[in-house]
Design a protein around this ligand. Structure first.
Ligand code: NIG
Ligand code: FE
Length: 427
């Protein structure tokens, strides 16, 4: 007697489950096992995964009116991007070009460009313009196989504009298949009108912006850019402590440009994530491991900024730090929307294996998001967010970058993006 389900995903060369072990992120050597089932199949009912296993076993147990054929492609969980800045009014490709000609990111910021340029443009934009752009970014994330994101405000830097960015994430997100976990990044930079009194702006963040965010449930987390040329350790600590008192989770842009000790601060404040970490110290790595704070690594940013250093991913994995990957999608330092591209960059620049990078871009990323339902894994009970890729196995994710292999995107068991099959590359 076969059980009736809504949908079977069949004829895959591989199903990558990223499942197994204790719930939570995979750490250390466990990251190097993505849980591959050759010729696997997935049974789905009511938006959730019911079973995953070799196709003959799944076919023997389940019957479904609808079938999706992977046509020899690879099936993986929907990708999860745990660090994005998608609410902005204008792109900054001119800065990218200026950096190609020798300009320095921090010098551009100090001269009033960089984040400040995005702040000016956002303050001039209408909510409708911002919503339209945000929707277009979400469409592109989905086409690239990303089914859940963390998304930050941070280009308004006034109470009204920070709240507006979070309202847009809520309202546009409510009508889009991509799920959004919102973060208030009012402490992205000190806005120019407070340059002579930084302390006053930190008070606005702690006493005005974040309390209203918490009261209205506009974001689950608060973030602070703690680095050279941004917030100092003492300022960042005040923001993070205010967030903690308000019941908000904490995320930190940490030690990207200089080793200021932001990773240690993130660990001490019980942050969920410390992000960037290009210049993290050995003590910082130990602190993250001891606190269980996830390191969110952003190799696309190093690539786009042409940094000569990258985050020490290998040392972090060896130390047992939970490691996740993200795009950092923003108008300035990384305009790459595709997590698949980020997986390839993590292999090429950070020395991660494809399995480690895939774990970091799915299960480990999902563990840093406060979204209900299991995401980033394919196992019984998980939300049926999955991708059919036109590649013969998951190793192609690192091996062959530069095109988008995403053929089908299923969100909670429903097809939300699809295109004609391309011939999976022959082995
Ligand atoms: O994560 N590092 C700080 N914030 C962003 C960059 C924002 C920008 O340049 O607009 C980041 O890279
Ligand atoms: Fe960022």
């Amino acid at each position: 007697m076969r059980t009736s389900v809504d949908l079977l995903v069949v004829e895959a060369s591989e199903v990558v489950t990223v499942a197994g072990g204790e719930p939570g992120p995979l750490c250390g050597a466990a990251m190097d096992d993505a849980g591959v089932i050759p010729q696997g199949a997935v049974a789905i009912a009511e938006g959730r995964v019911v079973a995953v296993g070799p196709q003959p076993e799944i076919e023997a147990r389940f019957d479904a009116s609808e079938r999706v054929s992977a046509q020899g492609g690879t099936v993986i969980p929907g990708l999860v991007d745990p660090h994005t800045h998608p609410v902005f009014a204008a792109t900054r490709e001119g800065e990218f070009d200026a950096r190609s000609r020798g300009a320095d990111y921090q010098a551009i910021t100090a001269a009033g460009g960089g984040i400040f340029s995005s702040v000016r443009r956002l303050r001039e934009a209408s909510p409708e313009q911002l919503a339209e752009r945000l929707r277009a970014h979400l469409d592109r994330f989905l086409a690239c196989g990303t089914t859940s994101i963390e998304a930050k405000s941070g280009y308004g830097l006034t109470p009204e504009t920070e709240w507006l960015a979070l309202e847009l994430l809520r309202d546009v997100g409510a009508e889009h298949p991509v799920d959004i976990d919102a973060t208030c990044l009012a402490a992205h930079q000190v806005p120019p009108e407070f340059a002579a009194d930084r302390d006053a702006y930190v008070r606005v963040v702690c006493e005005e912006i974040l309390p209203e965010v918490a009261r209205r449930g506009l974001a689950r987390s608060a973030d602070v850019f703690c680095d050279q040329g941004a917030y100092t350790i003492d300022e960042a600590r005040r923001v993070l402590e205010a967030a903690r008192e308000l019941g908000l989770a904490r995320r930190v842009h940490a030690d990207e440009l200089a080793p200021v000790g932001a990773a240690e601060l993130a660990a001490a404040c019980g942050a969920q994530t410390a992000d960037h970490l290009v210049c993290i110290s050995d003590a910082g790595i130990d602190a993250l491991a001891a606190a269980g704070t996830t390191a969110v690594l952003l190799p696309g940013t190093c690539f786009s900024l042409r940094l000569s250093e990258v985050a020490p991913a290998r040392r972090m994995i060896e130390a047992g730090v939970p490691v996740a990957l993200a795009t950092d999608f923003n108008p300035g330092t990384c305009h790459i929307p595709s997590m698949i591209e980020i997986i390839a960059l993590a292999c090429g620049l950070l020395g991660m294996t494809v399995a480690e990078a895939l774990v970091a871009a799915t299960r480990n990323a999902a563990c840093t998001l406060g979204l209900p339902g299991t995401r980033g894994v394919l196992e019984p009970g998980a939300l049926a967010d999955l991708l059919v890729l036109d590649i013969p196995n998951h190793l192609f994710l690192g091996y062959q970058s530069g095109w988008n292999p995403v053929r089908e995107v299923l969100k909670a068991g429903k097809r939300v993006a699809s295109r004609e099959a391309a011939a999976p590359t022959l082995l």
